[in-house]
Design a protein around this ligand. Structure first.
Ligand SMILES: Cc1cc2nc3c(=O)[nH]c(=O)nc-3n(C[C@H](O)[C@H](O)[C@H](O)COP(=O)(O)OP(=O)(O)OC[C@H]3O[C@@H](n4cnc5c(N)ncnc54)[C@H](O)[C@@H]3O)c2cc1C
Length: 409
């Protein structure tokens, strides 16, 4: 049996490892569009800030796997069971895994194709930002969008002492994952830093002026920066699926066993969408631990060890500008019973419906056991007796099984 995996990041490497564990006799070919050896992308902001370095973030392909770098898949023939790569080769497969992740969306405005305009997804993007900061007479970095990735990039730049301007089209930061109150708290923290926040604005033109960029905003205001970093959403890397009939929505649409709509083709990681337990519909989850679990289970199905994927819930955890932001489920919404606690300079919110946790937001020091919140949401546990410790962030795994815990004491 021959397995071809498209994409050699965490999903691709995890799947290759699992296939080797389960079927060591099988052939595994790992195709990477990148020319550098695999690495963990969530470390990129930390590489930028100098907290870690590239070699420290390496992901190792297991022994016995053929890793081909610089082999971008640009065509798939599901009838012939072959993929075509940018280096002109054709690779046949018995089972195929799509693990191609996403790319940042860079809106088309005059100048957005300049080399100093990027979105952060690959190590090359970090190198562009570093080069611009080193070579331009203007040190300021302009961040367009204040979502998850740009929040982490901004935090890294602040740690480096680089002045930052956020250009945000909505009227608040992190609007996709936190509610208004939490945005306000994060914005208050930004006030004390070298961070300029321009809300209700958008970039309409970027012009190279010598060694810096001049950026025109919708209001007519002009900014100067050494580079522009877009963080306004992503799209799945699925161009090579055109014409195959494989269903793609916000990601490659997967069934209960992580299979696509084409025979023998599976998916995992940021490029796919799967069942969201809370929403009751398919959604991309775009998180490292989700990519790992999906890749392991997809590999099991590819090697004949049938395993259903249970689905997952939306959540995020990040520490930026000295604050831990932990969110999950319907974190931006207020439909249901809302419990808030803003004591001690913290922001804590639970959204509950029918005794079940539907969403939460914590901004400040974080919670003791983040895993408990995910478990409660996944299992839709009745939390009526746990409201206080859940809201205070002190809930523990043992609280879910009080009778077992008491018996063990
Ligand atoms: C800056 C940043 C910070 C993040 N922080 C966090 C965090 O704090 N916590 C967390 O859980 N997650 C975080 N993430 C998300 C996490 O990194 C992703 O969930 C994870 O990398 C997804 O892995 P993947 O293998 O599905 O895709 P990716 O890591 O995106 O890798 C896909 C690979 O496929 C390659 N590829 C694409 N198209 C082709 C093709 N046609 N042919 C061959 N190869 C192709 C790409 O070049 C890439 O190497 C962060 C991501 C970024 C970018």
């Amino acid at each position: 049996m021959k397995h071809v995996i498209v994409g050699a990041s965490v999903a691709g490497i995890t799947a290759a490892t699992r296939i080797r564990e389960l079927s060591p006799q099988d052939e595994v070919v790992l195709l990477s569009g990148e020319r550098v050896r695999p690495y963990g992308k969530m470390s990129l902001p930390y590489i930028l800030s100098g907290m870690t370095w590239f070699d420290n973030c390496a992901l190792r392909a297991p022994q016995g796997v053929e890793l081909r770098l610089g082999a971008t898949v640009d065509g798939l023939d599901t009838a012939a069971r072959t993929v075509h790569t940018s280096d002109g080769r054709v690779e046949s497969y018995d089972r195929l895994l799509i693990a191609t992740g996403t790319s940042p969306v860079i809106p088309k405005v005059p100048g957005s194709d300049l080399s100093s305009v990027v979105g952060i997804r690959n190590i090359g993007d970090i190198e562009v930002v570093r080069k611009c900061m080193a070579s331009s007479s203007e040190k300021r970095v302009i961040l367009c969008g204040a979502g998850l990735v740009n929040a982490e990039v901004g935090d890294a730049l602040v740690k480096l002492g680089v002045p930052v301007t956020y250009v945000v089209s909505s009227n608040r930061v992190l609007s996709q994952i936190v509610d208004r109150e939490a945005s306000a708290m994060i914005e208050q923290t930004l006030n004390g830093l070298e961070v300029e926040l321009l809300k209700g604005e958008d970039i309409v033109e970027i012009t190279q002026r010598g060694d810096f960029l001049e950026v025109r905003l919708a209001s007519g205001r002009m900014l100067r920066g050494c580079c522009v970093v877009y963080g306004k959403g992503v799209r799945p890397n699925t161009g090579f699926l055109k014409g195959t009939g494989i269903e793609v929505n916000k990601g490659v649409v997967l069934g209960s066993h992580l299979e696509t709509s084409a025979a023998a083709v599976y998916g995992a990681g940021d490029a796919v969408e799967t069942d969201d337990i809370l929403l009751g519909e398919k959604a991309p989850h775009a998180l490292w631990p989700v990519a790992v679990e999906q890749a392991r289970l997809a590999a099991q199905n590819m090697t004949g060890h049938e395993t259903a994927y249970p689905g997952d819930v939306l959540r995020n955890i990040l520490t930026v500008f000295g604050l831990t932001v932990f969110t999950g489920g319907e974190s931006t919404r207020d439909e249901g019973d809302v419990y808030r606690d803003t004591r001690d300079g913290q922001y804590r919110k639970l959204l509950v419906r029918d005794g079940r946790l539907r969403g939460f937001v914590f901004v400040g020091d974080g919670v003791n056991n983040p895993g408990v919140y995910l478990r409660i949401m996944r299992e839709q546990t009745d939390i009526s007796s746990l409201l206080t410790p859940l809201l205070q962030g002190t809930v523990a795994h043992a609280d879910l099984y009080p009778s077992v815990f008491r018996a063990a004491l």
